[in-house]
Design a protein. Structure first.
Length: 378
């Protein structure tokens, strides 16, 4: 008779915990976690740990001095995150982005200490969509999909119906292969995308990747032809035509609305125009605007005031950056050297600095001054 030991705790779980502890991780008992969650299992943030880490990694610069955020500000952030109660499953951390500017110029953004971004799990049982739907339905929200909504229909509290007007068009292809999931590529080559558009190569997983290109909706260029040129010039080593799986088309809308309401309905995500105008990604704005819309209904608050408090300054800043990017593109990004490496921490510091806010406000008047100071800051 074969005697087998199927005690999973001894065979795999305890050795794994021991390995992690030896690597420097701290083990938290169930009791430790319960106290971090204030004895409430519905809470998912470990408050003390989150507070200490947020205090360690966050700061801002003013007049060449670095200041830490106050304890109150950090506690407010944790409280706001806890109220959202959104659990996001991510697949991979992005540690490296190659940005090709054409004419042989390239910027390499590195996220060694902190990730540049994350690949979010979309579609399937454990996806972001399933998690959000489940949380909403548990609170009694009725969600209606695959239904045409008329502009003046009074029966909907929140509208998340996607693009209201088309400003950019996109064409992409999906490939199988073997990919490094922590690296992605962005292409701002004027020969391929003359105005608003750009291309990107993005591994979803170790076995699947997407390549896509976009243009302004009224531009007279072929996206299919431009994508083929992009693959040949920038992705010849990454993709094989025999590994092609499928193609897809997209349309995008972005704007800074005066109001995100139609009659009594609150507009969220792309339906309101809440998109990053430069790169046209908007999942963060979609999630958080949905949260703010629900908050305004539950607490009887002004939705327009809420989203403007959280988004407006950032939207205006990105819109100015989009204009600068277009001007640089027309000049083939001549202010940049052939190769430039920038850690993500430096970009974050620049983005949050008051000096950049000042320069962005006066860019149309003093473009040369802006570029000189920007070049030195790199």
């Amino acid at each position: 008779m074969i005697q087998a030991n199927f005690d999973e705790a001894k065979q795999s779980q305890l050795p794994a915990v021991e390995l992690l502890v030896n690597m420097g991780f701290k083990y938290l008992s169930r009791n430790d976690i319960a106290h971090q969650r204030d004895m409430d299992n519905s809470k998912f943030i470990l408050k003390d740990i989150a507070f200490n880490k947020l205090r360690e990694i966050n700061s801002y610069e003013y007049k060449e001095k670095v200041y830490k955020f106050s304890d109150k500000n950090i506690h407010d952030v944790i409280e706001e995150l806890e109220k959202c109660n959104i659990k996001i499953n991510w697949r991979e951390r992005i540690r490296e982005i190659e940005i090709f500017l054409g004419s042989g110029r390239k910027i390499l953004i590195l996220g060694k200490k902190i990730p540049i971004g994350y690949t979010i799990l979309r579609g399937g049982e454990n996806s972001l969509e399933k998690s959000l739907v489940k949380s909403a339905e548990n609170l009694g929200v009725k969600i209606i999909t695959n239904f045409e909504v008329k502009e003046n229909d009074p029966d909907f509290d929140i509208l998340a119906t996607g693009s209201s007007q088309v400003l950019t068009l996109g064409y992409g292809q999906i490939f199988r292969g073997k990919f490094e999931t922590d690296k992605t590529k962005v292409i701002f080559d004027q020969k391929l995308t003359p105005s608003l558009g750009y291309g990107y190569f993005y591994p979803w997983s170790q076995n699947l990747a997407v390549v896509k290109i976009s243009k302004r909706f009224d531009e007279k260029i072929s996206l299919e032809e431009s994508l083929e040129k992009l693959k040949k010039e920038y992705l010849a080593k990454d993709l094989k035509e025999e590994d092609f799986l499928q193609e897809f088309f997209t349309k995008r809308s972005f704007q800074i609305p005066n109001s995100a309401k139609i009659n009594n309905s609150l507009l969220v995500g792309e339906r309101a125009g809440f998109q990053d105008q430069l790169f046209r990604f908007g999942i963060r704005y979609a999630i958080f605007s949905g949260y703010l819309a629900a908050k305004s209904i539950i607490e009887n608050l002004n939705y327009d005031k809420l989203w403007k408090k959280h988004f407006l300054n950032e939207f205006q800043k990105i819109a100015k950056l989009k204009r600068i990017s277009q001007d640089l593109k027309r000049k083939n990004f001549a202010i940049f050297p052939e190769k430039l490496e920038i850690p993500i921490e430096k970009i974050k510091k620049l983005w949050l600095s008051r000096e950049v806010d000042f320069l962005l406000n006066f860019y149309p008047l003093w473009p040369n001054l802006f570029f000189n100071i920007f070049r030195k800051s790199l």
